[in-house]
Design a protein around this ligand. Structure first.
Ligand SMILES: N[C@H](CCC[C@H](N)C(=O)O)C(=O)O
Length: 226
C-alpha cells in the first residue's frame, strides 16, 4: 500500500488508510467473516484483521521512541526518548512527547501556562503549521492536541503533516495513547475520540505492539483519470 497526503507528499504509513484498504480487499474479493491481511507499507509489514463485527483491528507495530528515529532534534532524555520535552512555538512553551508510528508525531497535553488543553478552542489553522514545519522536526511532524477525560478515555484533534486538520488520524491516535502512558496520564487500553469518531487503541505490554480497532465502510466507488 502506498499513501499520499493531500499536498502530494508520500508518508510512510496511514493507519486509517490501511483499515480502508483491508475493507476494500474484502469487498473486491467478496470475503466475509474474520479476515487477516499482511500489507507492505513504507513503515514495514502491517497486519489488519477484519473482525466478526465488521470492525478492523490493525497491528500497528511497535512505537519508536528514540529521538533521532522519530526524528526530532529536541534534546533527548537519558533513555534517548523525548517524553515530557519542551517545545518553544512562537514564544509559547508546549509540553510535548514525540514518537514515531512509522511516521513522526508530536503529542501535547498542555502548555507551561495551561495544564488542561481545551482542544475544541484551539485554532489549528494558526498553530498547526508552526508545529508541522518546526525546525525541531527535520521530516516535519503530525501533531496531536489531547484532552484527558480519564485514564482510558482521551479526546484529540490533529494537524497532519501534508494534510492539515483532518477528521481522523490512526497513527496519531496510537501515538496519543503511547504518549499518555509514558506521561503517566493513561492506561494501555483507551478509547480515543476524534472528530471523525472513536478508535480503540491498545498498547500491549507482552509484545510492545500497538493495536488499533475501528470501523471501515465503503462510502462510494469512483475512478480517477491519471
Ligand atoms: N499525514 C500523515 C499520513 C497519514 C496518517 C493518518 N491519516 C493516519 O491515519 O495514520 C503523515 O504525513 O505522516
Amino acid at each position: 500500500m502506498r499513501v499520499f497526503n493531500s499536498d502530494g507528499s508520500e508518508p510512510e504509513m496511514c493507519g486509517n488508510g490501511v483499515r480502508c484498504f483491508a475493507r476494500l480487499i474484502a469487498e473486491l474479493e467478496n470475503l466475509s467473516g474474520k479476515q487477516s491481511f499482511t500489507i507492505h507499507t513504507g513503515a514495514g509489514l502491517i497486519v489488519p484483521e477484519i473482525q466478526e463485527d465488521g470492525k478492523v483491528r490493525v497491528d500497528m507495530g511497535e512505537p519508536i521512541l528514540k529521538a533521532s528515529e522519530v526524528p526530532t532534534k529536541l534534546p533527548p532524555n537519558k533513555d534517548q526518548s523525548t517524553v515530557k520535552a519542551k517545545l518553544d512555538v512562537d514564544g509559547l512553551i508546549w509540553n510535548v512527547t514525540c514518537l514515531s508510528m512509522g511516521n513522526p508525531h508530536c503529542v501535547t497535553f498542555s502548555t507551561e501556562s495551561n495544564k488542561d488543553l481545551q482542544v475544541d478552542e484551539l485554532n489549528l489553522a494558526d498553530i498547526g503549521p508552526k508545529f508541522e514545519h518546526h525546525e525541531m522536526f527535520p521530516a516535519q511532524t503530525n501533531t496531536e492536541f489531547v484532552h484527558v477525560f480519564s485514564s482510558n478515555h482521551l479526546k484529540m484533534r490533529v494537524w497532519e503533516r501534508g494534510a492539515g486538520a483532518t477528521l481522523a488520524c490512526g497513527t496519531g491516535a496510537c501515538a496519543v495513547v503511547v504518549a499518555a502512558v509514558l506521561e503517566g496520564r493513561a492506561e494501555g487500553s483507551c478509547t480515543v475520540d476524534l472528530p471523525g469518531g472513536p478508535l480503540d487503541i491498545e498498547w500491549r505490554e507482552d509484545d510492545n505492539h500497538v493495536y488499533m480497532t475501528g470501523p471501515a465502510e465503503v462510502v462510494f466507488y469512483g475512478s480517477v483519470p491519471l
